[in-house]
Design a protein around this ligand. Structure first.
Ligand code: CP
Ligand code: NVA
Length: 303
């Protein structure tokens, strides 16, 4: 694995290996950390806001022995129209790795191609692979794994998180149901290209979708870049928020997960959020361990 650009581009073996390594690094934290980034400086190039991703990468890079610089795209010449491929060729000659949060998936792919340094997708409009890797680690910790499990994604079923989940279901062979109104379901073309068959299905009825679920997963209804559509999205998605009534229809002990930030009263109700805070913030913590695992894998691929 030379880059982490998407869940789509990973094999099942690569995903399993990252999650296993994340468990190992979690155990070893603060004791015997592998200093694989010693002498390296990584750049984090962000065009969108972030709390978890920024902090977990900054801490993780340092814990692996490297140093890190945070670059806000708006402060760079990139924000004034310098092409991504030129930015990549400059950074690629100075830093040892890049973590990029941007809009178009093609931006991270172009950066990886021209920068010729390990490149990590820290969220695009298309995918959020780092989040799903941490989520898989959390699911295994909480309910023992994903084999034979049913995961239900409620809300905007056509967003980056839903897409990364669809690819994870296909790669790892588990059942994923997208509970969303028709306008927020993945398109027929997307599903056809995914080619996951019966593993991934869509349902407009959240109460029906969650029956037999082992994990209820949600994300904001207004992803970054979609703010102008906020009112319409909140109106159309009303009824798809995770309430205690929906949790009661799922399997006993079902996990409730949220990639955060959470908007209570919309995609998740306050009582559900607080009742499941332990697993939701464990999920946030696992960002650190899963991303360190990704960087360890990249370090060995580029050694
Ligand atoms: N879940 C997630 O990526 O959070 P941030 O936007 O705060 O990084
Ligand atoms: N779908 C959300 C995820 C935030 C972590 C967004 O893109 O804003």
């Amino acid at each position: 694995m030379k880059h982490l650009l998407s869940i789509e581009s990973l094999s099942a073996e690569e995903i399993r290996s990252i999650v296993d390594l994340a468990d190992d690094l979690k155990e070893r934290r603060g004791k015997d950390e592998p200093k694989v980034l010693e002498g390296q400086c990584w750049a984090m190039l962000f065009s969108k806001s972030s709390t978890r991703t920024r902090v977990s990468f900054e801490v993780g890079i340092r814990e692996l022995g490297g140093s890190v610089m945070f670059l806000s795209a708006g402060d760079m010449q990139l924000g004034r129209g310098e092409p991504i491929k030129d930015t990549a060729r400059v950074l690629g000659r100075m830093v040892h790795g890049a973590v990029i949060r941007t809009y178009a998936q093609s931006n991270v792919e172009e950066f990886a191609e021209f920068g010729k340094i390990p490149t990590i997708n820290a969220l695009t409009d298309e995918e959020h692979p780092c989040q799903v890797l941490a989520d898989l680690q959390t699911i295994r910790e909480r309910i023992g794994g994903w084999d034979g499990k049913k995961i239900v994604f409620l809300g905007d079923g056509d967003c980056n998180m839903a897409r990364s989940w669809m690819w994870a279901a296909k790669r790892l062979n588990f059942e994923l149901v997208i509970a969303a109104p028709e306008t927020f379901q993945p398109s027929a073309e997307y599903l056809e290209n995914l080619g996951a068959g019966n593993l991934v299905s869509c349902d407009t009825d959240p109460a029906k979708a969650v029956v037999g679920a082992d994990v209820l997963y949600t994300d904001t209804w207004v992803s970054m870049g979609k703010e102008a559509e906020s009112a319409g999205r909140l109106a159309t998605l009303k009824g798809y928020g995770i309430s205690q009534e929906l949790v009661d229809l799922a399997n006993p002990g079902a996990a409730v997960l949220h990639c955060l930030p959470a908007y209570r009263g919309h995609e998740i109700m306050e009582d559900v959020m607080e009742a499941h805070a332990d697993e939701i913030f464990q999920q946030a913590e696992n960002r650190l361990h899963a991303q360190k695992a990704v960087m360890l894998e990249l370090a060995s691929a580029w050694a």
